[in-house]
Design a protein around this ligand. Structure first.
Ligand code: NDP
Length: 449
């Protein structure tokens, strides 16, 4: 697996210290494998223990979140915040609310976030948080009570210059609003401690759209530079129907593509005429309903149970925007057989290592999450800048900055891969480009900090 004895030792240490944490081990292994040529070319990294340090979170917080449901019953969830690396800025990363959340999931996301945030070129470190609380099926008041209890503990550990959480799966504008309100009550201060805020209280225009839009800007640049192609006239499949998926669909359509399938965790819809996004927004953003409802409102559309079936829909461009490991080897082979030319990861780690290998071996352009979905956190950092300046930029200003950032991330990843003899391998390029800046800062700041 690793050629370098140093990397073998580092990875064995991670395995021994984090037994059974499969998502975290998967994410660490992928990054370390990409860093092999960098480690060989820079002996200082081993001398100063940079890799041993980067795989260990600076701080991990696990805490009880108790709250009372609408029936008056006490409920207990577990809260997490992993403050992974602050070498280049305050910890930054979303809060995931989903029953599948555990230490491994939060650590994998926090680890990836270090490199993603570095790739944006903005001064933000890596962190992630969440809870096994499931907002689905809860009343607004239950969600509010949970969020307030969650923030009562989290507020002790975050701050505008320390750690700035944001949304993720299950944490949208409603949850951020409740959390921000509670932080403000506890601290008696109005600061940009969370991003993804509502526009009336410090949020940024274009933040809601940023991850999905940014993904399409990245994929468009990748298609143009590596294949002299674009979204124009292409059939696109977007998995998920949450924040990232909806705005990936919107931008892919604006750029000339036709999105024919979307999904949720129960199943997927197929609409050969191109998905009517207004209907999806009404169902998912307004009614908080299920994607299945689409077929009752749009003629000619089909619904199929089981979300992984979406990868059997023939397409030119696949944009997985739901969750981790949603494309396995088998799904990847079907996509390749059906003629896919590009895959852009909107979700975090949606392709298994085996699926990535299938795409790379088949010559499919592959945009890894760390680079391709960095538009969300980049725009969160722009929200932090606006909060610090007490100014609001226009939608066009933020969108233009987002586009420039995504184009730069593509070229940085592309160039880093080429520099280390892996031309066209954006997985390696993104890991290397993200790592180099953080490693440099860690070397400069000394060891016992
Ligand atoms: P949302 O909660 O808005 O939407 C998530 C979507 O994915 C929903 O359609 C959901 O369906 C589906 N989904 C969730 N879990 C599963 C599962 N186990 N199997 C199949 N489908 C599932 O989240 P986001 O759109 O914000 O996040 C989606 C992905 O993008 C995540 O990986 C997240 O980490 C990543 N991401 C998000 C960013 C952001 O700015 N929001 C930034 C960068 C990355 P259902 O409604 O049935 O649960």
């Amino acid at each position: 697996m690793f050629q370098s004895e140093y990397l073998k030792k580092v990875y064995a240490g991670v395995e021994a210290r984090n037994p059974g944490e499969k998502e975290f081990l998967q994410a660490v292994r992928e990054v370390l494998e990409s860093l092999e040529p960098v480690v060989l070319a820079n002996p200082k990294l081993e001398e100063q223990g940079v890799l041993e340090r980067i795989v260990e979170p600076e701080r991990q917080l696990f805490f009880r979140v108790s709250w009372v449901d609408d029936k008056g019953q006490v409920q207990v969830n577990r809260g997490y915040r992993v403050q992974f690396n602050s070498a280049i800025g305050p910890y930054k990363g979303g809060i995931r609310l989903h029953p599948s959340v555990n230490a491994s999931v939060i650590k994998f996301l926090g680890f990836e976030q270090i490199f993603k945030n570095s790739l944006t070129g903005l001064p933000i470190g890596g962190g992630k948080g969440g809870s096994d609380f499931d907002p689905k099926g809860k009343s607004d008041l239950e969600v509010m009570r949970f969020c307030q209890s969650f923030m009562t503990e989290l507020a002790k550990h975050i701050g505008a210059d320390t750690d700035v959480p944001a949304g993720d799966i299950g944490t949208g504008a409603r949850e951020i609003g409740y959390m921000f309100g509670q932080y403000k009550r506890l601290r008696n201060e109005f600061t940009g401690v969370l991003t993804g805020k509502g526009l009336t209280y410090g949020g940024s225009l274009a933040r809601k759209e940023a991850t999905g839009f940014g993904l399409c800007y990245f994929v468009d640049e990748m298609l143009a530079c590596m294949k002299k192609e674009s979204f124009k006239g292409k059939t696109v499949v977007v998995s998920g129907s949450g924040n990232v998926a909806i705005y990936a669909n919107q931008k892919a359509t604006e750029l000339g593509g036709k999105v024919v399938a979307m999904s949720d965790s129960n199943g997927y819809i197929y609409d050969p005429n191109g998905i009517n996004l207004d209907v999806v927004k009404q169902i998912k953003e307004v009614e908080r309903g299920r994607i299945k409802e689409y077929v009752n409102r749009v003629k000619g559309a089909e619904y199929h149970d089981g979300c992984s079936g979406i990868w059997t829909v023939k397409c030119d461009i696949a944009l997985p925007c739901a969750t981790q490991n949603e494309i396995n080897e088998e799904s990847a082979k079907i996509l390749v057989k059906n003629g896919v030319i590009a895959v852009g990861e909107g979700a975090n780690m949606p392709s298994t290592p085996e699926a990535i290998a299938v795409f790379q071996n088949a010559g499919v352009l592959f945009a890894p999450a760390k680079a391709a979905n960095a538009g969300g956190v980049a725009t969160s950092a722009l929200e932090m800048s606006q909060n610090s300046q007490r100014l609001s930029w226009t939608f066009q200003e933020v969108d233009a900055k987002l586009k420039t950032i995504m184009v730069n991330i593509f070229h940085n990843a592309y160039n880093a891969a080429e520099k280390y003899g892996m031309k066209g391998n954006l997985v390696a390029g993104a890991n290397i480009a993200g790592f180099e800046k953080v490693a440099d800062a860690m070397l400069a700041q000394g060891i016992a900090y």
